[in-house]
Design a protein around this ligand. Structure first.
Ligand SMILES: [Zn+2]
Length: 391
């Protein structure tokens, strides 16, 4: 399986180089807009677009042949994305342009990047961190984007393609329950408490609230200062969260690798609906909405692909209400789960039960015969809605 990793690295560009980037981005966006307006809107294939407009674009915008090809591809790709959302591409902003092997080159000897622009070819140093250096060493990337970020600086997004191990089919499942009290609980008994994180986030939240008050009420200079600090805090909180998610996903994928298991998680689109289904106080609402479960899922999937671990997302309906031993609906109070089936009567931690249920449902999704196991259990007295949830 192929995987593409995108590295975002800042340029250390001179003022002149930044102007060249701007000019190039202007020309690229103008070309894209012209193509979008003049080429049949039903064309989404880059080769079809290129076939009808290459010469016109090449003559008008001062782009190199390869940049014209990239502009056609950009319009095609954006049209396809818009089409899937039932929309049309409106316009292109002059904030980026795409490069290929001919218009972009990474030079490892002195950590620079060579880029073709409308003006001339330029070589700019990049601010490569240790992480970037580790990933880029010995690589010969063949595609990149040059982008102007919100901070007003130019960045290069470098694509690294790699082959990843094939995922192994296995019947061992690690179920992961994402929650509010604990960020994640696995069916193998590991958990990451949300307590310390919640305290940190609450602290940031309090500081933010007080700063926001200042940003709207104080004198002019106080307001400006408060806005600056708010911006910085946002970044710090985000980085903290990313770091936590990175650690959790790393540990889970490692365990899956060691025990030759696949990972089963809840389909996270459900979590907000579920945690928001009841009216809750302001603090709880913020918690359930702001913790980046989406990021955690993305990290798990990405690291899973790297290690050849399958990650399946299952419908979260009923996973927190059903007993993992007998699949009967039970009673879930804050922390505890109690099975209401008289014969079974399992009582224990609600999150542990949830994670084991997720592992079980994951097995039914992942294994060709797994669903038979479950449907056996299902026929033994589960409500109809439950059968649908598992299907
Ligand atoms: Zn039970």
């Amino acid at each position: 399986m192929k995987q593409v990793l995108t590295l975002v690295v800042k340029f250390q560009a001179s003022t002149e180089q930044q102007q060249l980037f701007s000019q190039m981005a202007d020309a690229f966006a103008s070309a894209c807009n012209w193509i979008n307006q003049n080429v049949n809107p039903n064309l989404t294939n880059k080769n079809s677009i290129q076939a009808v407009c290459y010469k016109d674009v090449k003559d008008q915008f001062g782009l190199t042949a390869n940049h014209v090809v990239r502009a056609c591809a950009r319009v095609g790709a954006n049209r396809l994305t818009a089409l899937q959302k039932g929309k049309k591409v409106k316009s292109f902003k002059p904030t980026s342009f795409d490069c290929d092997a001919r218009t972009f080159r990474f030079i490892e000897e002195n950590w620079t990047v060579s880029i073709s622009t409308t003006g001339k070819r330029l070589i700019s140093p990049i601010r490569a961190s240790n992480y970037h250096r580790g990933k880029l060493a010995g690589q010969n990337p063949t595609s990149a984007q040059v982008c102007l970020h919100k901070d007003g600086c130019w960045y290069v997004h470098i694509q690294l393609k790699s082959e990843t191990p094939n995922t192994q089919k296995t019947t061992n499942a690690i179920g992961v329950d994402f929650g509010r009290r604990d960020i994640a609980v696995t069916s193998t008994g590991k958990s990451w408490s949300g307590r310390g994180i919640q305290q940190t986030r609450d602290k940031y939240s309090r500081v933010r609230a007080s700063l926001q008050k200042k940003a709207s009420q104080g004198t002019r200079s106080t307001r400006r200062r408060a806005r600056q600090i708010l911006k910085r805090l946002g970044g710090r909180e985000r980085r903290y969260q990313t770091w936590i998610n990175h650690n959790i996903s790393k540990a889970i994928v490692l365990e899956a690798k060691e025990t030759q298991s696949f990972v089963s998680i809840e389909d996270l689109i459900g979590i907000r609906e579920r945690t928001n289904s009841k009216p809750r106080n302001k603090t709880e609402r913020r918690r359930s909405n702001s913790w980046a479960f989406y990021q955690l899922r993305t990290f798990l999937e990405y690291k899973g692909i790297c290690e050849g671990i399958e990650v399946v997302a299952v419908n979260p309906a009923y996973t927190s209400q059903s007993c993992h031993c007998c699949l009967h609906i039970g009673v879930r109070t804050e922390k505890k789960f109690k099975c209401s089936n008289q014969v079974c009567g399992w009582v224990g931690d609600a999150d542990v039960n949830g994670s084991k249920m997720i592992a079980l449902v994951g097995l039914s999704v992942s294994q060709p015969r797994g669903s038979e196991l479950l449907s056996c259990a299902v026929t033994q007295g589960l409500p109809k809605a439950h059968t649908i949830a598992l299907a």
